[in-house]
Write a protein that binds this ligand. Structure first.
Ligand code: ZN
Length: 364
């Protein structure tokens, strides 16, 4: 994570989004965290929010009532317009490191809209802004045809120092990423955490353009999560900054509760293994549920790592029973029963962070 100089990081244009009731009793750090929380939220000044969110039933890892989830966890995203710099790449990178790592959620992208061949998709519009570098966004909830989201980008001629090499460039990048992850959280079906019925009253609902408790949403984590990326009061309990994520702010990262909630909604990210055997050597490979790589995975034998994915290793001794189901065989209408046949073999396990483990059986 980067270390950044906070002084002067927030241009005047963002102040109105911050409720005056907080101002009297907070330290600079608390103020910054709270402002970041607003930015991580939809960060929209109230007067803008009312207009921007018309027709959008927002409420955040707190699942919307009557949600239509993305089928198979696959979310096609197309870009309605371009960005002045690396924002498309940041979008893809931020989502890969957050929702797509935490749960069985995958993203595919198209540079043209509508998404070719995918009626159910997300249309992402970049709002090129010059009034401040700050971030804001708005999004629909759940799978729609299409679902829409708008995310602010620092325009090419923005005078507030947010383009590459300028004074606020690093803050802008982190803030932009946090808004993308937050808005895509809405698209996945999550509402604002402070709208749970058990949300601490310390997080004022008035910060939220949707200033209501949503009584019939689904709590995906057992308790209110002050650190959720879907929480306007992220990292803030009204008294002191809460233990936060590693790094400077980690504003673009998920909380532990966010990851748990995403798995509760979309399931654990699955993988499919395959194996090769050559003489006394073997190799195990795997792809994740969306055909991509399984990062950081190792092959375990009797509980101890024996190889990384794709690496050849010497087959260890048999350590279990490798069983297969033999399907029924039919002849002239008479069928055998399916049966389970077992023989001694090497039983391996593939483990990867945030993925299910997978059993691999090799008959020697
Ligand atoms: Zn929001």
């Amino acid at each position: 994570m980067r270390e950044k100089d906070l002084s002067g990081a927030f241009p005047e244009g963002r102040e109105p989004a911050f409720p005056g009731t907080f101002m009297g009793s907070v330290t600079l750090r608390q103020l910054i965290l709270a402002v970041v929380a607003v930015v991580s939220g939809c960060g929209i000044a109230p007067e803008e929010a009312a207009e921007a969110e018309v027709g959008v039933s927002e409420a955040e890892l707190f699942q919307a009532p009557n949600l239509t989830k993305w089928a198979g966890g696959l979310v096609p995203i197309c870009f309605v317009n371009g960005a002045p710099g690396p924002e498309v790449a940041w979008t893809q990178d931020a989502l890969a490191k957050t929702w797509a790592t935490a749960a069985n959620i995958g993203f595919i992208y198209s540079s043209t809209c509508p998404f070719p061949g995918r009626p159910w998709h997300v249309q992402l519009t970049f709002d090129h802004i010059t009034d401040n570098w700050g971030s804001r966004g708005v999004a629909d909830i759940g799978m729609l045809s299409p679902a829409r989201t708008t995310v602010a980008v620092c325009a090419a001629n923005n005078p507030n120092g947010c383009r590459p090499g300028q004074v606020n460039a690093a803050d802008y990048e982190e803030s932009f990423r946090s808004v993308v992850v937050h808005e895509v959280g809405h698209l996945l079906g999550f509402l604002h955490e402070q709208q749970r019925t058990d949300a601490t009253p310390i997080c004022p609902l008035t910060m939220d353009s949707n200033s209501v408790i949503v009584p019939n949403g689904v709590n995906l984590t057992p308790t209110y999560d002050a650190d959720s990326i879907m929480n306007y009061c992220r990292g803030w309990n009204g008294v002191a900054p809460l233990p936060y994520q590693v790094g400077y702010r980690g504003a673009e990262l998920l909380s532990v509760g966010d990851a748990q909630g995403a798995r509760a909604a979309y399931g654990v990210r699955r993988m499919t293994t395959s194996q090769s055997v050559s003489g006394t050597s073997a190799r195990v490979t795997a792809v994740d549920a969306f055909g991509g790589p399984v990062p950081g995975a190792s092959v375990f034998y009797n509980g101890a790592p024996i190889a990384t994915l794709g690496q050849w290793f010497t087959l260890p001794p048999n350590n279990g029973s490798v069983c297969v189901i033999v399907p029924p065989e039919c002849e002239y209408g008479h069928c055998t029963k399916p049966r389970r046949e077992c023989e001694p073999g090497v039983v391996l396990e593939v483990r990867a962070a945030n993925f299910t483990t997978a059993k691999v059986n090799i008959v020697r």
